[in-house]
Ligand binder design. Structure first.
Ligand SMILES: [Zn+2]
Ligand SMILES: [Zn+2]
Length: 365
């Protein structure tokens, strides 16, 4: 049985220190699950919300890349999304969102991340019960519209935690990019999403897997995740980058580009790096004011496709977890979490995440 109260790191104003607060644990309703959190990794969007660069109601418990152990199962919460039976003590992760399954976007468009009754872990106010709706806390209350995925035994908590945002989002982008074996991909950004994108590309037999970033240590590290070529764009013009990418792809350009840096200014050059008929997948612009100037004739004359991918659907999380389990021997996923902090040191953890020095920082509550 769980305790009567538990602790959480709460953001009471953007930009300020997170405060440790105690809240009563909720009664577990039908279809819900109470989880003791064992690991939550800090996503770039946690840092953006903390800095006030995106909408964030306060008070709020940030953190959505979560893994934990089931403490209590509500009536009827018996199976995970892969139809595996759940029991108390099982390690699980779950979708970033709770969606209704009945609205226009859930039913008609397959866009459950745009559900009209959407709730998102680590994104909503924690003022009211059940309070525990974010990852920087000892417990999380999983509501019935959430899809749960059992974590395979061979994955550690730290390997599994980034799956429900960084990896699942990249799996959704991967599906949109529609890349086949031997095709070439350019990945703009060597953060966690870039590492997973490179590993997926390698796993699926892509030819050139080219990664750009301005941080040399990240570019060095991503070679272990399948990148065939890395380009440091720090002192490089757009034209030089386009020439370099064409030089690596028989003069044609990449079949798909995935923007996972969250830097709108690199989008125009990324589009120029595509070959005719190429697909541009935009992940990174998750904040307002991501303005760029584009020559749209480029998109028309060269028959390009531009797709925005925000969050993901349940199947992408399940595939992401399956991919981690299957490809664990091929890529050092354990190296993505470089630093770990207890809940009491959440502010040090957030500051390190903001610095960009770590790929993923883990909070172990
Ligand atoms: Zn995230
Ligand atoms: Zn809905």
């Amino acid at each position: 049985m769980a305790k009567a109260t538990a602790r959480a790191a709460v953001m009471t104003k953007t930009g300020g220190d997170l405060e440790i607060r105690e809240y009563p644990l909720p009664r577990v309703e039908k279809g819900a699950i109470l989880v003791r959190i064992t690991c939550c990794t800090i996503c770039g969007s946690d840092v953006l919300a903390w800095q006030g660069k995106k909408k964030a109601p306060v008070p709020m418990i940030l953190g959505h890349e979560i893994v934990g152990k089931i403490v209590e199962l509500g009536e009827g919460a018996v199976y995970d999304s892969g139809n595996r039976m759940l029991k108390v003590g099982d390690r699980i992760t779950w979708t970033i969102m709770d969606n209704c399954g009945k609205c226009y976007y859930c039913r008609e468009k397959g866009l459950m991340m745009k559900c009209l009754h959407l709730k998102k872990y680590g994104h909503d106010s924690c003022a009211d019960s059940p309070h525990f709706v974010g990852g920087f806390a000892e417990y999380c209350y999983i509501t019935p519209g959430t899809c749960v995925v059992k974590v395979p035994d061979q994955l550690t908590d730290e390997e599994a935690a980034p799956a429900n945002c960084a990896l699942a989002t990249v799996v959704a982008g991967w599906e949109a990019a529609d890349l086949g074996p031997f095709e070439n991909v350019l990945i703009q950004g060597a953060g966690a999403l870039g590492f997973y994108a490179a590993a997926l590309a390698k796993h699926h037999g892509c030819g050139r897997i080219i990664v750009t970033d301005i941080l040399g240590h990240r570019l060095a590290a991503i070679k272990e995740f399948g990148a065939t070529d890395v380009i440091n764009t720090k002192n490089m013009s757009d034209d030089e980058l386009v020439r370099a990418v064409r030089g690596l792809t028989d003069g044609f350009g990449a079949d798909a580009v995935m923007e996972v840096a969250g830097v709108p200014a690199i989008v125009p050059a990324g589009l120029k790096c595509l070959r005719i008929g190429g697909r541009y997948i935009e992940h990174g612009s998750t904040f307002p004011g991501a303005n760029v100037t584009l020559d749209f004739s480029e998109i028309v004359f060269r028959c390009l496709t531009v797709r925005g991918v925000h969050n993901y659907d349940t199947r992408h999380l399940q595939r992401g977890v399956d991919f981690l389990a299957q490809a664990k021997g091929m890529f050092p996923f354990h190296k993505l979490v470089t630093d770990r902090f207890p809940l009491d040191e959440i502010n040090q953890a957030m500051n390190l995440a903001r610095s960009g020095k770590a790929i993923r920082v883990a909070v172990i509550p």
